[in-house]
Write a protein that binds this ligand. Sequence first.
Ligand code: FO1
Length: 318
Amino acid sequence: MASLRVVVLAGGVGGAKFTLGVREALARRGAPPATVVVNTGDDLWLSGVRLQPDVDSILYALAGVNDTARGWGRAGDTERVNDELQAWGAGWPWFTLGDLDLGTHLARTGWLREGASVTEVVARLSRRWPIGVRLLPMTDSEVDTHVVTDAGRMHFQEWWTRHRAAPAPRAFENPGIEAAVPAPGVREAIAEADVVLLAPSNPVVSIGPILAVPGVRDALRATPARVVGVSGIIGGAVVRGMADVCLAAIGVPTTAAAVAGHYGARAAGGLLDAWVMAEEDAALAPEVAALGVRPVVSPLWMTDAAASAAIVDAALEA
Ligand code: FO1
């Protein structure tokens, strides 16, 4: 299967760990680099610079320069500029911009100001290190994520980072997404793929915005590729992040079978051909099969790149 063409839809931290596994699994097969379509729904402007948290999490992880303890930003970063911004009362006091990380945001913002598209900016960022995948933003348009909560409406980053997802969410909205189109290459990559993988990222605020870009769902429904999702739920609990809160807001229980049902079977108008679920959730496999989705039971802890690659192997063999 040396010519195996793989497309991954991914969010930030979980997406980064999964993408490390994709890169390793494909390299072992001698397959071409995967195309990774990254959520840009939590991008934002702050202190005059453009941030792309999910793009940067994946980029830094593939380059081996990420802060693995925090899960975001650069390893060994300092915060001198951030301290100055705070002293000026600029930015958000609860949101840290590391010095090295700010270098990325400044480069990106400069290129955007010079007229480069988001796709071109992501391509330029990808050239610095041999990251071993092709990164594409989901769209070139600016799409925000807003959270409607009991405490009012706020930007996703404020809800997530400042309030730790505490105010109960009523809805997630992506103003402007109806007018967005998939970034150049996204539809083509999906159409020409052999396998499309949905990373075990947050189904609501990471994979959700990618699927909400008009045209992406249709491309997934039409592709001859197998579409395989990987559960981010293990043993009925989220592995990281606050996906359970997000799922509850859209009425989806935090179980591997319910999330498979949320994506739906391709055979029944949904997206999935197969669903990789944790050994801890094996008892739910018949429920997944009843949806019309092939369940694949596998260890799902992404403890290192080799463990992630084993999950990708299970997905590719599905
Ligand atoms: N997450 C935090 O919890 N606190 C921060 O101060 C913070 C800063 C930050 C700066 C740049 C960046 O790319 C990401 C950053 N994150 C921070 C992570 C990020 O807000 C979220 O984890 C993701 O957006 C959710 O996918």
